[in-house]
Design a protein around this ligand. Structure first.
Ligand code: ATP
Ligand code: MG
Length: 815
């Protein structure tokens, strides 16, 4: 067979005539992020549960040898176009000890269920005609509209943040006043079990509501949403991630989680909310609301939407932390697959608008309109007179190392827990029960600490809104009660802080990944602030008379170290913390701490978001191609034989291929003069499945192949169908019409990116990463198609770093 001749044969993993398995064009297909039983990674994982199945696809030695054999035969037939240095004998990168089995929690899997976004512009004749007829005015109008949309994204993101914040504030006011009354009364009467039961109830009910919403209404709203936004910006379509329904569930869900006293924050979900707002506003339509406002139709393309989503994510950070620059850097560091100068301006502007709107609304809400003192949801308080001494720098480094170690431990525990969840917590009601259990445990731990620690502070000393007296004397309040009844600020006893740290560390680890909307920033910052404060106490003890010893500063550094150790962000987090504290002096200490935390953490494992992304098998492309991979050539990476179409194609053939194949892109070629099974005709263009479907749906075909009017060919058809195109099964074509012909030329992309068969992996990788491509066609010296490369073909090659060891591994793609 031709597949045996060269390259990686398709029939190894993707049989040419595979029966249809799922509703491919439909966004509602199972979402691998949900940890549902339908998720592909999980299906594979579950099926290997008892006796680990030996995967025929795994890169065992036979496979590698087969692959190399095929490549050799390609070289001999093509006259040795591939350099001899890459002959099989000397392939240092080739993995020889690949695992032969797939266990639950295997991070070396890619799920083929994920589809890519297409950030390349399809420069077909319709687009060129549109631009030509509309002229420069159209370009200027589009540019202006981009700015206007960014303003609205900023405003709406901030308004959502305000609604969540106010709802939480009001809700917790009612809750804590009620509980405080109960506690104060019962301390005298000795009936503490009653307020305890009330407390648990006050926590259980919101958590139950939040978790029911997430589990039964929109599972993709679970967690912070940052990993999903990251995937989206990287170019992977995560179903339902930017829908209005997701946003509503997320907003209500996070309010409930925070009200329920879980160890979660509302900041992470803000980033996701910003992304949804951006995706919705920029498209001028909503699938959830079944409403098309016919606005901004020119922006109904993946690359336009991506730019707005970058802005939305930045606006989310800006609203959450009052950090507009941090927002821009977050988009850049965590997501962006594409960046340019004007986009930076727009994103920064959007972030500033978001911070400003939030400030105006919250200041007014707090009765100080016009004062503009509420720049973000998170408030660290001001660090006005904080300076540091040179001799503290080693201490910051040590704190960074400790943060890295604790972060790595956190990620490891959470990874194990997630694997356990994937295996065992599959039923929906069990997911709800787990959330409720965590909420009850959190309340019990909090109550237990209040009861058994005796940490009293004079009233009016620390700012606490809900002082609980408990067993403290008159005029005093329980410091630990204040910790649990609101955010832990102020100074407390060493034992209280250590206990709080230990419990909060494990509780937040258990909470992340629950089926509730939740953010990880606040719990990590609190845990870090707790041990940072302990360090501060130690410093105060050692250097009692030094002016630069300030426990608040160490709490901040500890918070940064812990969060950096968990999420492994550096520049964006530094700037976010600088902006949130309003203190530039601590910039360098923060950066040093965060870098150390990242380096130390990376030695052991990946950041928590990346771990979750890998666990779900998302074909994400890193920033850089794997090192030492220049001896891997296009011929090894590509798939062949290629399914392609002629410029003027038969309707029946298109339908058959679309029904039997799952591919989303097909080269358009001149029919080869002879078919040797190795080349598939001269390249003429590239056509997407979605374009073919829209053409068939609107019957853009002719009875004869000779006369063409191209009437009815407009870009509007494609824009209206974007982004949820019908499936091929929804297109009805009569038996007679099957013999008609379609002219693909006006619709296809006539200048798709292609590479020579001798191109190296890093070169193809950079093309993909830099331009956000979905398909690259591999051609030979005569410009004839010999193979096709997609994102998954590249994402398979991954550099593993663990405990100082590096190796290139080739991941397995699971159906
Ligand atoms: P995506 O799913 O990322 O949106 P796609 O469906 O076109 O794009 P993949 O799902 O990545 O592509 O394809 C799976 C495998 O099939 C890859 O190894 C890819 O090289 C191969 N492939 C994709 N398109 C074709 C095609 N037209 N002919 C033959 N093989 C293809
Ligand atoms: Mg696909």
């Amino acid at each position: 067979m031709s597949g045996e001749v060269f390259g990686r044969a398709n029939d190894e993993r993707t049989p040419l005539l595979r029966p249809r398995q799922e509703d491919r064009g439909n966004d509602d297909a199972s979402n691998p992020f949900n940890y549902n039983a339908t998720s592909s990674a999980e299906m594979a994982i579950n099926s290997t549960d008892e006796d680990d199945r030996v995967l025929s696809q795994s890169m065992d030695e036979d496979n590698i040898l087969g692959l190399l054999r095929r490549r050799r035969s390609y070289e001999s037939q093509e006259g040795g176009v591939v350099s001899s240095s890459s002959l099989p004998g000397d392939l240092p990168h080739r993995p020889t000890n690949e695992p032969k089995t797939v266990r639950t929690g295997n991070l070396n899997l890619l799920s083929s269920k994920f589809e890519s976004l297409d950030y390349d512009i399809c420069e077909n004749s319709l687009l060129i005609d549109e631009e030509r007829t509309k002229g420069y005015q159209f370009i200027a109008k589009k540019d202006l509209l981009r700015w206007v949309i960014m303003i609205f994204i900023g405003i709406f993101t901030a308004l959502i943040a305000c609604c969540i914040d106010i709802a939480i504030e009001e809700g917790s006011g009612v809750k804590f006043n009620f509980l405080k009354k109960q506690v104060d009364q019962c301390v005298e009467d000795g009936c503490l079990s009653i307020p305890f039961l009330y407390w648990i109830l006050c926590n259980l009910v919101p958590v139950l509501i939040g978790s029911l919403l997430v589990v039964y209404v929109e599972p993709v709203a679970a967690g912070s949403g940052i990993p999903q936004v990251k995937c989206y910006l990287n170019g992977v379509k995560v179903p339902r991630i930017v829908r209005v329904k997701t946003l509503i569930v997320k907003a209500i869900g996070v309010t409930c989680s925070v009200l329920g006293g879980l160890a979660v924050g509302k900041e992470g979900p803000m980033i996701h909310s910003g992304a949804v707002v951006a995706a919705g506003l920029s498209q001028g339509k909503s699938t959830t609301l079944r409403k098309d406002f016919k606005l901004f139709t020119y922006f109904r393309e993946d690359h336009e939407k991506r730019d707005f989503v970058s802005g939305g994510a930045a606006a989310g950070v800006a609203a959450a932390f009052g950090a507009p620059v941090g927002g821009v850097l977050f988009s850049l560091e965590e997501g962006a697959s594409f960046w340019n100068q004007s986009l930076t301006w727009r994103i920064f502007f959007c972030s500033l608008i978001s911070t400003f709107t939030l400030n105006v609304v919250l200041s007014t809400y707090h009765g100080r309109p016009g004062e503009l003192t509420y720049s973000g949801l998170l408030n660290f308080g001001k660090f006005d007179n904080t300076s540091y001494d040179f001799i503290e720098i080693p201490l910051f480094i040590l704190m960074g190392i400790l943060g890295g170690l604790l972060g790595a431990l956190f990620n490891h525990l959470n990874f194990k827990l997630t694997v356990f969840r994937i295996r065992n917590i599959t039923k929906r009601y069990v997911k709800v029960l787990e959330a409720v259990l965590v909420s009850a445990v959190t309340a019990t731990v909090g109550m237990g600490m209040i009861l058994y620690t005796n940490d009293c502070k004079p009233l009016g000393d620390d700012p606490t809104k809900y002082p609980v007296q408990m067993y403290c004397g008159d005029g005093q309040y329980s410091a630990i009660g204040a910790i649990w009844f609101q955010t832990p600020e102020g100074s407390h006893k060493l034992t209280s802080i250590l206990m709080f740290f230990a419990f909060y560390f494990f509780l937040s680890c258990w909470t992340y990944g629950l089926s509730v909307s939740s953010g990880l920033f606040i719990p990590s910052l609190l845990t870090g602030a707790a041990w940072g404060r302990v360090v501060g106490m130690g410093m105060e003890y050692m250097f009692p008379d030094k002016s630069w010893v300030n426990p608040g500063k160490y709490a901040l550094i500890g918070a940064a170290a812990q969060l950096g150790g968990v999420v492994r962000m550096t520049i964006s987090l530094t700037v976010i913390l600088i902006e949130a504290t309003g203190n530039l002096t601590l910039g360098l200490p923060l950066m040093i701490t965060l870098l150390m935390a990242k380096w130390v953490g990376d030695y052991f494992n990946e950041g928590i978001y990346d771990t979750h992304i890998r666990l779900m098998g998302v074909p994400i492309l890193e920033w850089e191609p794997p090192p030492l991979s220049r001896n891997i050539h296009a011929t090894e990476v590509m798939s062949t034989p290629v399914i392609s179409f002629s410029s003027v194609e038969n309707v029946g053939r298109i339908i058959d291929i679309l029904t039997n194949e799952r591919y989303n892109g097909f080269p358009v070629v001149d029919t080869p003069m002879y078919n040797d099974g190795r080349t598939f005709g001269k390249i003429r263009g590239l056509i997407l499945r979605s374009q073919l479907i829209v053409m068939l749906q609107h019957k853009l075909y002719n009875e004869t192949a000779e006369s063409w009017s191209h009437k009815g060919y407009t870009l509007k058809l494609f824009r209206d169908a974007y982004p949820r195109y019908p499936t091929i099964q929804q297109v009805h074509v009569s038996d007679e019409e099957r013999h008609f012909t379609v002219d693909l030329r006006p619709i296809m992309n006539p200048s798709p990116y292609s590479v020579m068969h001798s191109s190296t992996l890093p070169r193809i990788f950079k093309l993909f990463r830099g331009l956000g491509l979905r398909h690259v066609i591999v051609v030979n010296d005569n410009n004839e198609v010999v193979g096709i490369v997609t994102r998954k073909d590249l994402a398979r090659y991954r550099m593993e770093k663990h405990m100082g060891n590096m190796r290139l591994s080739e991941l397995t793609i699971l159906d």
